[in-house]
Design a protein around this ligand. Structure first.
Ligand code: ANZ
Ligand code: ZN
Length: 870
């Protein structure tokens, strides 16, 4: 056959890639079973599913390539792999497109999905496409509505009044993340605070477990766990009651939450939130107070807004009594006290809290230190511009004097509990999850409001509650509310005319359980227990760090809530056993003489690092390397790269540059280099083919030195690449494969050395198999040449390395006689002790030192030393 084969073809990625994509699809290589049968271990690998924004970007390419390497590698290692893909398809951009371009959100979304699906397919990802779904499909969101109803029944959903960020232009509630510097992220309008009845998911019911379980997520980045811990925010402290000297509006005391009850004697004021009931009572008879409160509301509700705003207050004229001192303190309304945390009221201790200090300095309030830093002098210690927040010894504090901070906290809580003025408490920063959105393109909340019956759940048999298609998005406000007929329904309970809930769910709900739905995407219930219990948890989840808090926390909540409503069994409650957060893809930025951003394809780089515009020849300023973004035009279209170089080149380059957790820089030179390497692999394989022995022949004996050296490289590479892929070091795997390719190229075929030809076949097969998770198309093509008629690589097992071959061949051992070095010997690796001793005794210098005397004791430290005791 070899004699008949034509001259080596050139590497032609376009043909190769379509051929193998079709072959994999025809053979359904990547279809996962409904339920793994238990004969092989399961492995669920998932990348955060994309939002169908229009086109695939390089961030997607990096994310999905990483996931695909894992999926292909695990499959080869004998796992039954689930690797699905779908679309996080609800969200605001679809509505914006509708408003701006008159395209229906559904149309826009489904068109984008079609485009992006085609682009993803060109990447050659080993996905089980039969499980694909989009969250905007009633076949998905209807099940989400069923989950909502089950949560409602279980007490995990609540409707309550809450302050929300209200965008007066977009006429909608904004999540805190959508408020930037006090303005709506889209409209730019100053955000207002409004009280609205909203739907909440009771994530706080699981606060304790969500926090504790983080300790067991040992395959999550520490950074992400820390972010989650801070977000959940458990604080130990106390609630303290301060009686008002003169009750007002039926209120006779203010309760505060503090984490520093030890500083109670350093108090100089009490401050309440502008939204505190006492503030409202004051405002009723004081117009100035009312005005100040209105001003605070314009600040928005975000913590950042509140942190960064200038500390401002309003003195109410009210006074409170201290629980231990025979003194009163003034009550202020302050803009930095949040109603949503603790009790919405604080006692201010300026000496030991920076915000309180800033406030006290602004309004001339007293500053009394009560914690003396170690080594400081009680007589002279004073507070300047900086509060002292460290440990120390209590002073000016009656029965607490002399204690350290921790003991003082314990002691003061005991006293507060004794005199009935307070108690020790645990406080959580985590709030319940407000999911109400006044938007069209989201999952309708399946409840009906009836005058007579109140809130009535939509009967499950009436699900899905689908979105109406004919909506008017040109008016501001909630299109579902405007719709002429959609919300008018009969009450399911009493039949009277009633009104549908017009809020839709936060799109984070859609992404909080999709990984469970992938295990049985066509089931008639949200999950199928056999499937979901067999596949979950996701063994490896991969995505961006930007989802480190909300998406992951909401998903962790959902699996717990789904467990407690019988939708899955997951005892740990944890959806993602392993998490990997990849870095960003960056690129240089370019600006033309007019200061406008230019796309990389408009720019020609010169060897000296300068650049010009390709068409006009005008000079271009090369700017910083930044995360690819449309606004700076420093993007590279993956489709164009695939057209020019093929998907394997894009995959290889994106894996090669940097460790995957770090940011990487996309460069034209880098892609070209990756492409060159793939051409080299192709040339090595096709060039060697005629001289290779048939596959499966026994290794010829003896092996030449060159053959042994190449075999060592091969087996070392198998070990190293395996280890690299196990530890997510794809860039290391790439580097090792470069080395192996070099070793193969150096070991020139030699007609007279059949052992080297044999070793070359072994090396080439290893190279191709080890590279196959990363460059699957080229690998399949080469494999079909190296092993014609055999199964595709996609279904082949992973190569094993032989440790004896991988190890160095000989070791140098020092030989001592009576503790004195007499010589060294070379022994084969793995040689038995008897032969090591024999070689050592035979060494001429050693033999001379022994001089025929009997050896009383032989000592051997393997790989290092032999000592003879005479
Ligand atoms: C008195 C005090 C003295 C405080 C001192 C600190 C230092 P974490 O750790 O985040 O739980 N606080 C309580 N409720 C608040 C609210 N609704 N808005 C703004 N601030 C509030 O923080 C708890 C501390 O934050 C509490 O302890 C309280 O100030 C403040 F030397 O009480 B502290
Ligand atoms: Zn009714």
């Amino acid at each position: 056959m070899n004699e008949l084969s034509p001259a080596p073809r050139a590497y032609d990625p376009a043909t190769i890639e379509t051929r193998w994509q079709k072959a994999w699809e025809d053979a359904a290589c990547f279809a996962a079973p409904d339920v793994p049968d238990g004969t092989r271990p399961k492995y669920y690998v998932l990348e955060m599913f994309p939002y169908p924004s229009g086109r695939i970007h390089m961030g997607h390419v990096r994310n999905y390539t990483l996931g695909d390497v894992v999926a292909r590698y695990k499959r080869a290692r004998g796992f039954v792999v689930l690797h699905p893909m779908g679309w996080d398809a609800f969200g605001l951009p679809a509505e914006n497109a509708a408003r701006e371009r008159g395209i229906h959100p559904a149309r826009w979304t489904w068109d984008n999905i079609a485009t992006m699906r085609a682009e993803l397919k060109r990447m050659g990802l080993s996905l089980d496409w039969s499980r694909e779904f989009a969250t905007c499909d009633p076949a998905y969101y209807g099940h989400q509505q069923a989950l909502f109803l089950d949560f409602l029944e279980k007490g995990l959903v609540e409707r309550k009044e809450a302050f929300v960020n209200w965008d007066p232009v977009d006429q909608t509630v904004l999540a805190n993340e959508q408020v930037i510097d006090g303005r709506g992220w889209r409209s730019g309008a100053p955000v207002e605070r409004r009280k609205l009845a909203q739907w909440f998911l009771k994530i706080t019911a699981y606060a304790e477990d969500l926090l504790a379980a983080l300790d067991r997520l040992d395959r999550w980045p520490e950074r992400v766990r820390t972010m989650q811990r801070n977000w959940i925010g458990r604080s130990e402290g106390a609630r303290v009651r301060f009686p008002l000297v003169a009750p007002i509006g039926g209120i006779d005391a203010v309760e505060v939450f503090t984490t520093r009850p030890d500083t109670l004697f350093g108090m100089s004021f009490l401050a309440i939130s502008a939204d505190h009931p006492l503030a409202a009572a004051v405002a009723e008879r004081d117009a100035k107070a009312a005005e100040f409160i209105a001003e605070c509301r314009r600040l928005g509700t975000t913590e950042v807004a509140i942190e960064t705003a200038e500390k401002r207050g309003f003195e109410t004229g009210l006074l409170v009594r201290h629980p231990f001192l025979d003194r009163t303190f003034p009550v202020w309304i302050a803009n930095f006290v949040l109603m949503e945390y603790g009790t919405g009221a604080i006692f201010g201790c300026p000496a030991h809290d920076q915000r309180d200090l800033d406030f006290a300095r602004a309004y001339g309030l007293s500053v009394t230190p009560v914690v003396l830093p170690p080594g400081a002098d009680a007589g002279s210690f004073a507070i300047g511009d900086e509060a002292y927040v460290g440990d120390g010894t209590l002073i000016n504090s009656a029965f607490l004097d002399g204690l350290d901070v921790a003991s003082a906290k314990r002691r003061v809580i005991e006293e507060l509990e004794r005199n009935g003025c307070g108690t020790g408490v645990t406080q959580w920063r985590l709030r319940d999850w407000g999911i109400s959105r006044q938007r069209y393109w989201g999952c309708p909340i399946p409840v009906i409001h009836c005058e007579a019956c109140g809130i009535v759940p939509v009967p499950k048999t009436d699900l899905p509650v689908t979105l109406p298609e004919d909506v008017d998005l040109s008016r501001p406000g909630n299109p579902l509310d405007h719709h002429p007929t959609w919300k008018h329904v009969a009450c399911p309970r009493c039949g009277a005319p009633a009104r549908r809930e017009t809020d839709t769910m936060d799109t984070f709900v859609d992404s909080s359980w999709y990984f469970a739905r992938f295990t049985a995407p066509h089931a008639a219930t949200p999950t199928k227990r056999e499937a979901v219990d067999a596949w979950l948890p996701v063994d490896q989840y991969i995505g961006g760090i930007e989802h480190a808090i909300l998406h992951l926390l909401y998903s962790r909540f959902f699996t717990r809530a789904m467990r407690d409503t019988g939708h899955l069994g997951l005892a740990s409650g944890e959806p993602f056993a392993g998490l990997f957060t990849q870095g960003m893809v960056k690129h240089e930025t370019y600006k033309g003489p007019d200061g406008r951003w230019l796309y990389p394809w408009e720019v020609e780089k010169r060897p000296d690092g300068t650049a010009v515009h390709k068409e006009t020849g005008e000079p271009v300023t090369v700017g910083a390397v930044e995360a690819m973004s449309k606004s700076k035009r420093n993007t590279v279209d993956p489709g164009a790269i695939i057209d020019r170089f093929g998907a394997d080149t894009a995959r290889w380059f994106i894996l090669s540059d940097n460790p995957p957790e770090r940011d990487m820089e996309w460069t034209e030179a880098g892609v070209a280099g990756a492409h060159r390497f793939l051409r080299r692999v192709w040339a090595l394989v096709t060039g060697a083919l005629p001289s290779l022995p048939p596959r499966g022949t026994a290794p010829p004996e003896p092996m030449s030195d060159a053959a042994r050296t190449l075999r060592r490289s091969t087996h070392r590479t198998i070990a190293a690449v395996t280890q690299a892929l196990e530890s997510f070091a794809m860039n290391v795997a790439v580097a090792r494969l470069h080395e192996l390719a070099n070793a193969i190229a150096e070991a020139k075929a030699d007609q007279g050395d059949p052992s080297l030809s044999w070793a070359r076949r072994e090396a080439l097969e290893a190279l191709i198999r080890l590279a196959s998770p990363m460059i699957p198309h080229l690998a399949e093509e080469c494999w079909s040449l190296l092993a014609p008629g055999e199964p595709m690589l996609a279904t082949e097992p992973w190569p094993e390395h032989d440790p004896a071959l991988a190890a160095a061949e000989t070791l140098t051992i020092a030989v001592q006689v009576m503790g004195k070095l007499r010589g060294t010997i070379e022994v084969p690796v793995g040689a038995d002790e008897a032969s090591v001793f024999a070689a050592a005794e035979a060494e001429p210098n050693v033999a001379r030192a022994i001089a025929g005397r009997p050896i009383r004791k032989r000592i051997h430290v393997p790989g290092k030393i032999v000592n003879f005791v005479l």
